[in-house]
Design a protein around this ligand. Structure first.
Ligand SMILES: [Zn+2]
Length: 305
């Protein structure tokens, strides 16, 4: 990897010169922004749930087999509040907004915390693929409509009792089929993609098509291998396939590119790329394993606009 200062200068120039910027964001960006699912943040916000259930972080409780819906919603409400509804936009996301706000940009994200919405980004310029903690859907997906849950979540938190149960009348029921509602998260085959989801998907596809006529910078933040086929692998394909596409990947531990070699796909580390891809492709790849917020600071200090 080139020296940090050189990579920052290179990315700064790429941002200045790009006609279009596509931001791809995963869990690592929000973790870097302070929205971690474990550690102190978990312990501070969920002491009563740790005591009752022995939870160790905020991932597993979303899949825990609660005995009653009243108990399940007590956790879901606290989780949705802590990670979305009760959160303002964070500094890291605002720094990213500062960096791209005057550019032609579009965002694709698997994050469900709505940090882009809260941090100044244009609502018409992003595709939220996996849902939102701030929306409800029918748990059996009987109809394709989403419902804001902010008021309900706040009331649930206010009325959660000592046994960590919400009042039964607050457990949300589908207005169409009467089944219980659920948070709008892609966790099973019942995920609801409403009209807005399809509209965002269409805008994203059209943006890529338009962008490929100019100089494109892909800015990827914190995407690992949970769902790489949504953002990470397509970005790899774009940078390898088009000489006007550049990719800057931010990841603490996974800076590989997918490379097709003898008919098979391999993940190739940054230091071994020379063996598998042309120097032209490598030249268009700018990886960072440094702290995202720090790099954004340096980029904001250095950009001329
Ligand atoms: Zn229903």
């Amino acid at each position: 990897m080139e020296e940090y200062g050189e990579r920052v200068e290179k990315l700064k120039d790429l941002i200045d010169d790009a006609d279009y910027i596509i931001i791809g964001a995963g869990a690592g960006l929000s973790a870097s922004a302070g929205l971690e699912y474990g550690g102190e943040r978990f312990k501070e916000n969920f002491p009563e749930f740790i005591e009752k259930y022995g939870f160790e972080d905020m991932y597993s409780p979303m899949f825990y087999p609660y005995k009653t819906s009243e108990e399940k919603w007590a956790y879901f409400a606290k989780h949705a509040y802590t990670n979305n509804i009760g959160m303002e936009g964070t500094e890291t996301y605002r720094k990213l907004h500062e960096l791209v706000k005057d550019k032609e940009y579009f965002i694709i994200t698997t994050n469900v915390d709505d940090q882009f919405l809260k941090s100044g980004f244009d609502e018409n310029r992003f595709f939220r693929t996996q849902g939102s903690y701030a929306k409800l859907q029918c748990s059996k997906a009987c109809h394709n409509k989403l419902y804001d849950n902010r008021k309900l979540i706040l009331e649930m938190i206010e009325k959660t009792d000592e046994d960590l149960k919400v009042p039964s009348e607050l457990v949300p029921k589908c207005p169409v089929c009467g089944e219980e509602m659920d948070l709008n998260l892609r966790k099973d085959s019942y995920f609801v993609e409403d009209a807005k989801w399809h509209e965002q998907n269409k805008r994203y596809t059209e943006f890529i098509k338009k962008a490929l006529n100019g100089k494109v910078l892909l800015l990827e933040f914190g995407i690992g291998f949970n769902t790489p086929i949504i953002i990470r692998f397509p970005f790899d394909e774009l940078v390898k396939s088009y000489e006007n596409v550049y990719l800057s990947r931010f990841n603490r531990s996974h800076l590989e590119l997918t490379v097709k070699y003898n008919g098979n796909y391999y993940l190739v580390g940054e230091d071994e790329l020379d063996k598998y891809i042309s120097p032209e492709v490598k030249e268009r790849y700018v990886p960072f394993n440094e702290n995202i917020g720090d790099v954004l600071d340096n980029l904001n200090q250095n950009t001329s606009h």
